[in-house]
Structure formats: C-alpha cells, structure tokens
Ligand binder design. Sequence first.
Ligand code: MG
Length: 203
Amino acid sequence: MKIICIGRNYAKHIEELKNERPTNPILFLKPDSAILLKNQPFFIPPFSKNIHYEVEVLVKINKVGKYIDSKFAHKYYNEIGLGIDFTARDIQDICKEKGLPWEKAKAFDGSAVVGEFLPKEKLGDLENLSFSLIKNNEIVQNGNTNAMLWKIDEIIAYASQFFTLKKGDIIFTGTPEGVGKIDENDQLTGILNGIENFSIKVK
Ligand code: MG
C-alpha cells in the first residue's frame, strides 16, 4: 500500500508557514514503512531537532481506480480516520530552500500515525467534520474539513491522474493551522467528531 499526502490544503496553515498558495494540490508520498505501529510510541529520530505534528483527516481507499471523476470519487472510500503527518521541519526547510524532494523530512519511519478508521456513514457530512489535536492537556490544533481548499472527492480525482489508487491506500488530506514542535514525553491525542481517535506517547 501507499500513502498519498496533500500539502497546503488549509489557507491558515499556508499563512503560518509563509508558503505560497498552490494552484493545484501539492502531492507527496510516504512508504508503508512510515506507518507508526499501533500502540507504539513515536521515537524522535536523531536526524532532526524540530519534529512537528500535523493532524490530518485520513481516507482509506477501498478499490482500484485511475482517472477517477470527482462525481464518482465517493465510491472509492467507505472509511475515514485521523492521523498525524510527522514532519522534520528543519530538514524540510533545507529541502524547500534547495528545491530538493521532501522524503527525508516527511517519509521517515514512524512519520505516519494512522488512527482508527470509521465508516463514513457514522460521521455524517464529510465536508463538515471537526477534528483536533491535544498535546498533553492543551488543544493545539482545531480544524474542520469545511476549510479544505480541495475536498476529499477533488483530491481523489486529482491524485488518481498520477497514481493508480489501490485498495488499502491511505490519503492524508492536509493539516489546519497550529502545527508545532514535539518534545520527549509529550502525549498526542487526536479527536475526530468529538471522539478520541488515537493517543500516542513521544519518546
Ligand atoms: Mg501534512
């Protein structure tokens, strides 16, 4: 399986990182080795001094598809989840400055936290899903999918022009504002529609 991630999908997050607003979705991939195993802590890797959390809504693809029309994209997923796109911001800044690929900053082991997937019918309107990230006892990110620049179905249509989607693939749909650094012993808890979806310890 593969993980497809969308960058810069929330206007206020684009502003906080002083990025340019893209004219098309920004896509990058993480390999399956990036998935943080269930109930395991996240170990801060030795190559970065500035790992950031980015809480994101996840979509699990349920069948193979290419050149999917956004009108039919809803047929390609039944489950929605929540996760973290861990980012080595110090390395990403160097990559961006030099125009180099982002993989070292985005696709390293453990960089993809994948919480529990829920049937989409249980979640109601997918274009009005609230989600947040709690670091220790503080809410650090608070988002709603209504602020996405590209909605889930548009992301699927766009990404499937480049990459054949396969059953089990996961899409990370981008992070809202409030990203920040993690430190040893932090506890990160993701909330989707008011319900705890994952909780991980940083070591
Ligand atoms: Mg992200």
